[in-house]
Design a protein around this ligand. Structure first.
Ligand code: 13P
Ligand code: SF4
Length: 309
């Protein structure tokens, strides 16, 4: 490759040579989002992974999202810029733990958040994302008890929205959203009294109680852009500011630092860089490799979710 190419040009050239598509989650850096063919929340990216022409997906997100893309594209190559881009929710529940939980509650249906390992997905009846979790739980007959995992905050939010009492919730949490303290949101509201509050459902219930809108990353962006208010406090990862500023440059957006990193960035998502994206397209590594039987078992609950409108 000519030495004079910029990093972005190198990536675009490798993308062409590899017949690759670049999918980026909203929590990626602005530079990565600018190069992506599609930017979205986890549900939109799963759908995008199912509908594309090409041989390679460069998944700029975290590992579980790339695993989902691989399940939906078993014959294609799926790479992630950084193999260590994990997720605290994935780590909070293993397949062994889910099997034990299921054994203790054999009559329950298992609804797993997409933020789980492919092995946990394979043990689940249906998946959900933050965008469709209420609709997914509502799609299950009211008399059918449900095990919901692994996010306690999303689970409690779904329980409050569906009014469902026969739902047991795992105790996992997101290190970014679960550590947004309500007192910092209160201080932000005092500092910006005109601002409306939009929050991701992985936030704690005392934060969600103060929100004017609760939704997935893309739903938050759509709501802030379409709402007539000029100012918002956004309780999610600050990567969404890239789309917010592009789509509503005249509006003001404030982010609240959490107690984990004293910032509002996901340390896992932010492991991906342009350099690592270039190298992953060049070497086709780190690559998601999954056994065919695991793919077959995990595909079922994913497809069941995608079939729910
Ligand atoms: P979305 O489903 O909103 O993309 O969220 C994924 C995620 O990891 C949130 O922390
Ligand atoms: Fe996981 Fe939280 Fe990062 Fe989302 S923000 S990928 S839930 S650790």
């Amino acid at each position: 490759m000519p030495a004079t190419l910029t990093l972005a040009e190198e990536i675009l050239e490798l993308k062409r040579l590899r017949r690759a598509v670049i999918l980026a989650h909203h929590y990626q850096s602005s530079e990565i989002q600018e190069l992506a063919d599609a930017v979205g929340d986890s549900l939109e990216l799963a759908r995008a992974a199912r509908n594309f022409d090409g041989d390679v997906i460069a998944f700029c997100g975290v590992w579980f999202m790339a695993e989902t893309a691989k399940v939906l594209n078993p014959t294609r190559t799926v790479v992630v810029p950084d193999r260590d881009a994990g997720c605290s929710l994935v780590d909070s529940c293993t397949a062994d733990q889910l099997r034990a939980w299921r054994r203790a509650h054999p009559d329950y249906a298992v609804v797993s958040y997409i933020n789980t390992s492919v092995e946990v997905k394979a043990e689940s009846d249906i998946l959900c994302t933050s965008r469709n979790a209420v609709a997914i739980v509502n799609s299950i007959p009211a008399s059918q008890p449900v095990l919901f995992l692994p996010d306690i905050n999303l689970g409690n939010y779904v329980k409050s929205q569906t009014g469902r009492q026969n739902m047991r919730i795992w105790q996992g949490a997101c290190i970014v959203h679960a550590t947004f303290p309500a007192r910092r949101l209160t201080a932000a509201r005092l500092a910006h009294p005109e601002a409306l509050v939009a929050a991701h459902p992985e936030c704690p219930s005392d934060v969600l109680r103060m929100a004017d809108f609760i939704g997935s990353t893309s739903a938050i962006i759509d709501w802030c852009v379409s709402n007539s208010a000029p100012e918002f406090i956004v309780m999610t990862e600050s990567g969404v500011s890239h789309s917010l500023q592009k789509l509503a440059p005249h509006k003001r957006f404030h982010f609240v630092a959490n107690e984990n990193c004293n910032c509002s960035e996901c340390p896992h998502m932010r492991r991906n860089t342009l350099e690592k994206l270039r190298d992953s397209l060049d070497r086709l590594e780190p690559r998601v490799e999954l056994a065919p039987d695991l793919i077959a078992r995990a595909a079922l609950p994913i497809e069941r979710m995608l079939a729910v409108k």
